[in-house]
Write a protein that binds this ligand. Structure first.
Ligand SMILES: Cc1ncc(COP(=O)(O)O)c(C=O)c1O
Length: 492
């Protein structure tokens, strides 16, 4: 195929050139009816580019096949058999993949550090999760992707599970030993799904961590907006080999998707693929160089430490995407939450994953020395201001034994069944009926179907006091928790 082509992007340019007009949605008619105050902020061009996919960009029968051609070009570019574009983030792509691979029944092996979209897939499907324990670093209080030997043990315990699903890279940039994990799954004829939401750039440079398709994974899901250059919500998922039915996969995405996908998202993904094929290697080279220098410079600032060796030593992660710059601020006597809030408020710099002692900057190919300097000077200002910030309340982090809760009920049954709301102090011993997810990074601490313990409640409550955000519980302050209603025991 000719990788210089961009079928969706070109069709959109043609649509504009021909001044096509549709008596179909979108009703804004390429911006004609839109309030000028809206146009001023969003730009006329964005409305011109917002067209309906069939009977708009393409004809009623989609006879030009712009989208399917763009998907084939992407598959060829990244070495997959087939690629699907999606406009509802990796959150949708992951759910579609889970449903397709498991048919919504039986057991699935899943890394317990999975994102909340994976947990949502469990609630929708009624699957029995068999949790793969991540490698927990008790010193750093941080989970590394599961080790191959842990996966091997899980397959021995649960040989009937339909597939394994793991996250790599994690939101911290740490990566699993994908090749070894693929081998373990394929030895049993089982597919491996990789949540590679943070891995959009990986296929386009040999010095980045292993790309799931090169490692032999069956399906991998990628957020284009995270590390690629697409709009928010743009996602792609790739398929290879014969273990997953492509039609079922595409139909599962169809049943979850919108019928009004944004052509702008598709066009941006299409253009980004061409850019990566043509210039990706040099762009990523520059980003990696920038990251190496910036990591050194930040680490040299008194009071700050950039995590690196401790993330990839034995028993930790297999590899690290160095574009994720995870900065420990604890020597400044402040929390990661305080650092992140202070940088936004005082320097207009926003950071990514944040916890009790760390804040993270994720570089992309769009960064350069000017943006790196902005980050450096903001961090220097932070270190100067830190002595005057209030000391953070302590967050009570559970020990490994208490951290991973026992699943005692199917997540779907716990979520959709009868619930009651209890004060958090009364929740230990009860079964959670809702998720509680520190965000970002988005790994749920409580999942429906898990038996709540005191350590989990203390962690989340003390975390919220210290600035942790929990977007999903009914009561985000977690003073109360939704739990499964238990019928009183009948007396004999
Ligand atoms: C590991 C992981 N998987 C999946 C997702 C969901 O991706 P999206 O925001 O594209 O829906 C995220 C988002 O943060 C993530 O961190």
């Amino acid at each position: 195929m000719d990788q210089n082509e961009t079928p969706v992007l070109d069709a959109l340019a043609e649509h504009q050139k021909l001044e096509r007009y549709g008596f179909t949605p979108p009703a804004h008619r390429q911006g004609r009816g839109v309030d000028p105050r809206v146009l001023k902020v969003l730009g006329e061009q964005s409305f011109r580019s917002d067209v309906v996919a069939s009977s708009g960009l393409d004809d009623r029968k989609s006879s030009n096949g712009y989208l399917s051609r763009a998907e084939s070009l992407m598959a060829e570019a990244v070495g997959a058999d087939q690629t699907f574009f999606s406009t509802c983030g990796s959150s949708l792509s992951i759910k579609a993949t889970i449903l397709a691979v498991t048919r919504g029944e039986g057991e699935l092996l899943i890394g317990r550090d999975a994102h909340k979209s994976v947990a949502s897939g469990l609630m929708l499907s009624g699957l029995q999760p068999r949790w793969i324990k991540p490698a927990w670093d008790n010193e750093l209080k941080l989970a590394h992707p599961p080790a191959p030997k842990t996966l091997e043990e899980m397959w021995q315990r649960y040989p009937d599970a339909s597939a394994a699903l793991i996250v790599s890279p994690t939101p911290y940039g740490t990566c699993a030993d994908l090749e070894a994990i693929v081998e373990i799954c394929h030895k049993r004829g089982k597919p491996l799904i990789v949540d590679e939401a943070w891995g959009a750039q990986l296929p386009f440079h040999p010095d980045t961590p292993t790309w799931a398709m090169s490692a032999g994974a069956d399906v991998c899901v990628v957020s284009v907006h995270k590390m690629g250059l697409g709009f928010e919500q743009g996602s792609v998922f790739h398929l290879q080999g014969g273990l997953v039915d492509p039609i079922r996969l595409s139909q599962c995405a169809d049943i979850l998707s919108t019928t009004s996908a944004s052509v702008m998202l598709y066009a941006a993904i299409d253009g980004w693929r061409r850019q990566m094929v043509q210039d990706g290697r040099s762009m990523i080279d520059r980003a990696l160089d920038l990251a190496r220098g910036l990591r050194r410079d930040i680490d040299a600032i008194p009071g700050l430490h950039v995590l690196e060796d401790e993330l990839v030593r034995a028993e930790a992660s297999h590899d690290l995407d160095i574009l994720h710059i995870l900065i420990d601020v604890s020597q400044l006597g402040i929390s990661g939450f305080q650092a992140t809030d202070w940088l936004r408020e005082n320097c207009r710099v926003d950071m990514g994953t944040t916890d009790h002692r760390r804040t993270e900057a994720v570089l992309s190919v769009s960064d350069d020395s000017a943006t790196a300097d902005k980050l450096l000077s903001a961090l220097r200002e932070l270190t100067a201001a830190a002595p005057d910030l209030p000391r953070p309340p302590a967050v009570v982090i559970p020990d490994e034994g208490d951290l991973f809760l026992e699943t005692v009920m199917l997540p779907r049954d716990a979520f959709f069944g009868a619930v009651e709301v209890v004060p958090a102090e009364e929740a230990p011993g009860r079964i959670a009926a809702e998720m509680a997810t520190p965000y970002p990074p988005g790994v749920p601490l409580l999942l429906p179907g898990e038996r709540i313990n005191k350590a989990a409640v203390d962690y989340l409550r003390s975390g919220v006091e210290a600035g942790m955000v929990l977007p999903d519980p009914g009561d985000p302050s977690l003073k109360t928790i939704r739990v499964v209603r238990e019928e009183p025991h009948k007396s004999q």
